[in-house]
Design a protein around this ligand. Sequence first.
Ligand code: SAM
Ligand code: SF4
Length: 379
Amino acid sequence: MQRHGGFKDPRNPAGQGEEQEIGRKAVGPESMKAVPIAISSRPQNHSMPTSGPLIDSFGRVHTDLRLSVTDRCNLRCVYCMPEEGVVWLPRSEILTFEEIERIALVARGLGIDSVRLTGGEPLVRASVIDLVARLGRIGFSDLSMTTNGSGLVRLARGLAAAGLSRVNISCDSLKPQRFAEIRRRGALSTVFEAMDAAEEAGLTPVKINVVVMAGVNDDEILDLAAFARDTRRVVRFIEFMPLDAGQSWERSKVVPGEAILALINDVWPLEPASERSVDAAPADRYRFVDGCGEIGVITSVTRAFCGSCNRLRLTADGAIRNCLFANDEHPVRDLLRSGGTDAELAMLLRQAVWAKRAGHGINDPSFLRPTRSMSMIGG
Ligand code: SAM
Ligand code: SF4
């Protein structure tokens, strides 16, 4: 496969990432430079609040919950799962819908106002529409899902009717053969149909997640940007993270978001559609200056967004994780199943968030990959 070259971030020529937020190389006009966010020191008061917003010891208020509904998946993407020999969690260890609903209710009471369902593949969980309806009734301002799309033609309307607001659909190539090589199962045509079905059901804006890997699909960046312009779907380019079950991740396989932006900006000038200082979302959003749509870059490796992170995660087997890259988990399922009260559940959520580190540490020499890979955590 063809590989592009020549994109170097002058601020970061060795490809080393930063844990703290720093300004970015200008892509397009000067106004595109991000405002730095620093979280270098802990607040004076080190005691965890037991009321008020869900806050960590660096003052980051948490309002977003990434909720994994299953570790199972019908695909085997190279950057996520092994091709063979996957051992699923026993069903008895997976949270029931009632348990998920209860945690979500407690989280809502702590100020969580957006929830994204993920997995594994959320649409392979039986009766997932029932879960969406339960969460919809709680009343989050945003209830979305990340999916590989394979079940969407069948389920999109039901999901929308149950209260799902929108979907992110993963699609790493516009070439059928390459798509098959990356995802190992499933067909590109199904994913295109899924995008149409999502739009027809009103699950908009449809966003397209692309994991960019050097030497694998980075020669399609401009094609994918053109796809964003033609369809007005928001294509989000995600840096490959060290969370693949096959442990084949290497820094040389990461295509920096800066390089992606520079490449696209040369052909279709971009301008920022978000400011990191006010937008906690991990994607830096850019719109095409000529008004033909929007793209995003998720620079988890080369320019971490930890400084504005507002997210916590619930794994399918009921562990709270305060970071994708955390090595410790807070087992909320055990508390639930041993008769824990809502107040105790709330306290566990508070403690999990309070324990969050300043940053994910991917670029520290001492960084250890999490023992669980992406599909087990819930990406
Ligand atoms: N199965 C669904 C899907 O593929 O969209 C949801 C779960 S998947 C783990 C969530 C997102 O994580 C997808 O967009 C996927 O492309 C992304 N992802 C998985 N492994 C990754 C990795 N090692 N680095 C970066 N993104 C990854
Ligand atoms: Fe499954 Fe999503 Fe992981 Fe691909 S990225 S293997 S679709 S969970």
